[in-house]
Structures are given as C-alpha cells and as structure tokens.
Design a protein around this ligand. Sequence first.
Ligand code: NAD
Length: 472
Amino acid sequence: MSLTSVSLVSTSEATQIDVFSPFDGSLIGSVPNLGARDVPGLLALARKGVHDSAALARHRRAGILERAAQLIERDAADFAGLIVDEAGKTLRQAEKEVKRCINTLKLSAEEARRNAGEVVPFDAYEGSESRQGWFTREPLGLILAITPYNDPLNLVAHKLGPAIAGGNAVILKPSELAPLSALKLVQYLVEAGLPESVVTVATGGADLGKALVAVREIRMISFTGGFATGEQIARGAGLKKLAMDLGGNAPVLVLEDCDLAATVESCVSGAFWAAGQNCIGTQRILVDASIYAAFRERFVELTRAMVLGDPGRRETDMGPMITEASARRAEHLVNLALGEGARLLCGHQRQGAAYAPTVLEGVDHGSQLWREEVFAPVVMLAPFEDLEQAISLANAPEYSLHAGLFTRDLSKALSLARRIEAGGVMVNDSSDYRFDAMPFGGSKYGSLGREGVRFAYEDMTQPKVVCINQLG
Ligand code: NAD
C-alpha cells in the first residue's frame, strides 16, 4: 500500500516490519521499523502538527472527521479486507469493526462541534458577584497514542477521533503486528483534509514505544494494551496525563430465571468473538446450579457447531489467533489447568496460530487460567449454589473491565449491577457489549480514564478559564 500521504518518518537505517496474515502466513505489507534514533525526526513533524491542529476551527475539525467517515463508508469493503488479512478477524467481525469506526469518527465530529466549554456561575457564591466568565476546552498539545493488534482500526479511531476533535496533534504508534489498518485510516483522514502534520505515524516495536513514552513535550499518553506494558509506560512517562485501557478477565453471572437459549447464544459469542482476543471477552461463566447441566450441554453444542478456518470466508465464525506464540500460550495455560484437575468439555486442538474454541469446567480458582486474563478462545464454566459466593468470585480479580449478567428479574439485576465491580455491567448481554459513545474503561487496578468519544475528548482537552471582573 502507498504511504505517501502519511507523515511517516523513514530513515535510511530503518529496517522493515513485514506484516503477515495470521491465517496463511502470506505477506500482507511492510512498514518501516523505527526505533529510538528516529524520535527526533518524529518530533519535528509532530511539533508542526501541534500548531496546525490548534489552528483548525471547530467546523474544520468536524468537517474532516465527517468526510473521513464518508470515505471509509465508501471503501468499507477494503478496510474490512485489510483487517481480515492483517489481524485474522473474520469478515463479519471486520465489517462490524469498520462500521464502528465510521460511528466513532462521526461521534468525534459531533464532539468537536458541541463540546466547547461552559459558563462558570461566578455569582453562585458570595464575593464574586461582579465577575462573569466561562471556560473553553483547549487542546493539550501533543498526544502519544499506542494501540494493540486486536481491533486495529476502531481502537485507533477511538484515539485519533477525539484527539483531532480537541485540536491536538498525535504521534500514533500502532501495534507492530497489525499496523496497516491504522495507516489506512490516517491516509483517509488526510484525504478528508486533515493537515498531514497532525497525525505522525510511528511504526515500530516496544523500543520505539519506550523511547516515545519518555519524551517530555508529550502531554498525554493514551494507551490500549496489556497490563505489563501499561506498567512499563507508567514507570517511564514522568509527569504526563495517562489514559490506560488495559485487560480484563470478564465474569458473567447466569441466574436461574434467565432466557436460557438467548443466554447461551450470547455467551458463546462473548467468549469466542475475535478468537477470544477481546478485552471484554467472556472468560468465566458462573451459572446457577439448577440450570447448569442444561446450560453446559447447549453451550458445548453451539461451540462445537462453530465454523473455524479461513477468516476471509463469510461463513467462518472464528479465525486464527494473531500468532502461533499466542496460540501456544493459550494451549499451555489450558494444559496447566488440566494438570490441576480441570475437565475439558471441548476444543484444545491447535494447528499453528489456530486454536479451537475451548470450554473447561472444574477449573481451580487458584490456577493462572482462572485468575489472569487469557485473551484467547478459552472459557471456563462453573456452577454456583450461593449467589453471594458467585458475586465474590466474579469480583475476585484485582482488575476488571466488563461483566455480564442474565436474569428476567429487574430488581435482582439492579442489585447485582450495583455490587459487581466493573467499568460496565451488561444485563442480558455477555460482557462483550460495547457502544462507542458510552464511557468505556476498567475498574480497580490500572484503570485510568475512559474512552467512548465524549469521555476521551474531555480527557484530551483542558479547560481554560476567562473571568471578567466588571469594574464600576
Ligand atoms: P501489548 O501491551 O503487548 O502492546 C500494545 C502496544 O504497546 C503495541 O503497540 C506495542 O508495540 C506497544 N508496546 C509494547 N511495549 C511497550 C513499551 N515498553 N512502551 C511503549 N509501548 C510498548 O498489547 P497487545 O498484545 O497488542 O494487545 C492485547 C492487550 O490489549 C490485552 O491485554 C487486551 O486486554 C488489551 N486491550 C485492551 C482494550 C481496552 O480498551 N481496554 C482493548 C483492546 C485490547
């Protein structure tokens, strides 16, 4: 693909990163492999972007974001194909991601138009009656956006859209495993009228990320990825704003009075969407003991019926994982759990990067598989007799993102929603439901900030007060 219209530093020393299809290993594209030595060049581009972006009137920012959304809609099939090719998501999943990206950009355009600040009620307290004024939402300046491989388009849009709406410049470091959708998105933004300098794409691996994180003139780091990386970034960042969208280990509670057929269907999808490489993917399903046998039977039946294989075929339900190493890690964690007494209900076959959807029960609550984010097509079922115990199991991990619960009883749902510790509780949906305008983020350890366009926009802008003292 041509990268000519994108602010991409390419030095003579830069080697290439080849991007391979996780499905058949074919070469999809190459990008420069930048490192710490390229940071000064990247910063020179980005500094210009800080001025160019802040100089765009709000109607220009909104217009560019809307136009980019239209162009992506026109070429949605190309975007979906690229996601399939570089990330191994299935065609249906990729198409959904493209739709969501279009929505994310449209929402960002709305934010640029409407969220400009507020009047400050100075006369609400005694002593300031002669003053009136307002605050405006000003750009932060330069934002570093670091993104993962699993939603290689929409998670990038969740950073670029609000950042541009807020008048910021961005250095974008996409995942080295799937950087091409991000580059294509930036190209389309430029085609829609965004000055090239506003988004500087920095392709490279962890070393490049590390070097960028330490740059003093970066005002905010917006990171989506794993906990270990998030911790490294926090250690290296110094005094910058941090937004951390990290992992999960999502629980779902299934109560006796649920609609069983709909519940199982939603949970199977929640567990295996994007081959389980999904931060809000369902990992632990706690089912009322009175319906456990029926739930398990239907769950395994639907899992076995999934069509695995070529992600580019419309009928495929699940493609490969991103790399063979990821699939081997999943296999290893399941082997450990089996060694600790877990029972395998289906799956656990691996061929290269493809790992069959795997269902376990009887998993020891002390096992790594139960306690940590698995980020793979592996789900654990467990019956419960006592709802209190189920709530404390659901809440046990030190971090959490989303949870799901299924019941027809509204008052039970409301009471459980209050007690489940999560950034979002989905009632009658698995943990895997997200709407791009809602506040999205974690609770407990490592949770810093919220995405969801309005919330990211507010994080990526700073209020500036003007106060007029009327003399006389
Ligand atoms: P990762 O943490 O390995 O990598 C993410 C990005 O960080 C990549 O661009 C990588 O190059 C970069 N990076 C790695 N080391 C770095 C360092 N020391 N300094 C700066 N940058 C560095 O994550 P991944 O494997 O690509 O993605 C999977 C993880 O992302 C899972 O834990 C998943 O839960 C999480 N995730 C979270 C959300 C969310 O919105 N909460 C969404 C998707 C994925």
